[in-house]
Design a protein around this ligand. Structure first.
Ligand code: ZN
Length: 448
């Protein structure tokens, strides 16, 4: 009886293996498992599920569809850090770049309290692994390039505020392309300048040029830049501080500052000449800043610019061999969209308007959990951009809300379901048969 049962299961197993080999599902899986040539990793700083929904309703109406909704694979990401249940952009940037949970404030370093050596040690990042695999590597952001998220992909400092030091670490990075704002951390301070710059007297842009980097500071120069990554790395810095909000950029600085979409198109072209492919990290960094100020209109416009950028990338013929992964490092400010309004009419300005009745009572569909516009500061509500928050903080807090991960292209099927933020770079590398090689990454936690 026992033997017969074993025989029965063996027969069943061989039938299953045979049908698995023959099934169309298997050929589909084999196809999906073809490694991507290029990787585009997009980080929407501060974009939570409510910000995503609000952008859809504002820009397209409730029945509309964002470009990012074309991404066929969706999942959810847990963002806590090794020190706090709510992460900052440094710990989450490090998680997304190096696959390790660290403390809030850390850029590319492990957390001494959980590192088995009892000290904070430099972590390998995904840009380094991609470079070693022969790919061209680029980073672009709408924030200062020394800000926490982009810095996590090339720098190692114990505190995110050490941006002058972060700037000096570009020289030893794996980068072929670095674009965004933040000139003030690269140039020496001069009394005739209105911006506070480096106090150590170093001209880091000159130092990079001496090491073979090209440098552009205006959109026009960028658009006319013809060399490709094979001719040496390129630094593009288009503002002393963060790039302007898209709302301001398109009216006041259309010729000097490129948009996120323009930078992304340039980057794909610049990096795309490498036969071994490229790794490009794109950060839409100012969604977070607008949310910190309870500023719904700029939050929406920044997200819509990201959406247009994704739409254009997805329509490129490169996409057949490109894995695109979009996620956020955390949610910011606890956005809520509530109340009843007409299905067809509640969009655009109607969605974000602030109404005041005869008794002076204020209402809006949009509100925030935290931020400057609460309590004694509620008078700010007269400014149309700023909506009420429940809890007063001088700038809104980040929240613990899970964020989305959306993906498309070869290897995207592994980004389904719930995951930790630290798994994302590891999964990206795994699609190429790669992994982090440093023992420091291996010895530090993916989860806690
Ligand atoms: Zn933030």
């Amino acid at each position: 009886m026992k033997k017969r049962t074993v025989l029965f299961f063996l027969t069943l197993l061989s039938i299953s293996i045979y049908s698995f080999k023959k099934s169309p599902l298997n050929s589909l899986q084999a196809k999906v498992e073809t490694p991507p040539k290029n990787i585009i990793f997009i980080i929407a700083d501060g974009l939570g599920p409510a910000s995503f929904t609000a952008t859809r309703i504002w820009a397209k109406g409730s029945q509309g569809k964002l470009e990012m909704e074309k991404m066929p694979v969706t999942g959810y990401v847990k963002t806590y850090s090794a020190s706090d249940f709510v992460t900052d952009s440094a710990a989450s940037g490090t998680a997304l770049a190096s696959g390790v949970k660290t403390y809030n404030g850390a850029i590319g370093l492990s957390y001494a309290k959980v590192d088995p050596k009892g000290i904070s040690r430099p972590l390998e990042n995904i840009a380094d692994v991609m470079k070693k695999a022969g790919k061209s590597v680029g980073l672009l952001t709408t924030t200062r390039i020394t800000h926490a998220t982009p810095a996590s992909f090339y720098a190692h400092v114990k505190n995110r505020d050490m941006e002058d030091k972060i700037a000096t670490q570009v020289a030893s990075s794996s980068l072929d392309l670095l674009m965004g704002g933040g000139r003030s951390h690269f140039l020496p301070d001069r009394l005739d300048r209105e911006n506070l710059r480096r106090l150590d007297g170093r001209d880091v842009i000159l130092e990079l040029k001496q090491k073979g980097w090209s440098y552009v500071s205006q959109k026009k120069e960028l658009m006319n830049f013809k060399n490709k990554s094979a001719h040496g790395p390129l630094l593009g810095i288009f503002n002393e501080c963060h790039l302007s909000y898209e709302r301001i950029r398109e009216t006041s600085f259309p010729d000097s500052e490129p948009s996120l979409k323009e930078m992304a198109n340039f980057a794909v072209n610049f990096l795309g000449d490498n036969k071994k492919g490229f790794f490009l990290m794109i950060e839409a960094g100012r969604i977070d800043h607008a949310s910190h100020d309870n500023n719904i209109e700029d939050m929406l416009r920044e997200t819509l610019m990201l959406d247009e950028c994704v739409g254009e990338l997805l329509s490129s013929p490169l996409m057949k061999e490109t894995l695109v992964v979009i996620t956020a490092d955390h949610e910011t400010a606890g956005l809520a969209i509530s109340g009843y309004g007409s299905l067809h009419e509640t969009k655009g300005d109607k969605l974000i308007e602030i109404k005041k009745d005869a008794a002076g009572t204020v209402s809006s569909y949009i509100s925030w959990a935290t931020g400057p516009n609460a309590g004694v500061n509620q008078k700010l509500i007269s400014k149309n951009l700023v909506h009420p928050s429940a809890q007063h903080t001088s700038e809104a807090n980040h929240t613990a809300i899970d964020v989305m991960v959306l993906s498309s292209g070869p290897g995207s099927s592994s980004f389904m379901g719930f995951m930790n933020n630290t798994e994302i770079p590891r999964k990206i590398l795994a699609t190429l048969g790669l992994s982090f090689t440093s023992p420091v990454n291996a010895q530090n936690p993916i989860s806690l």
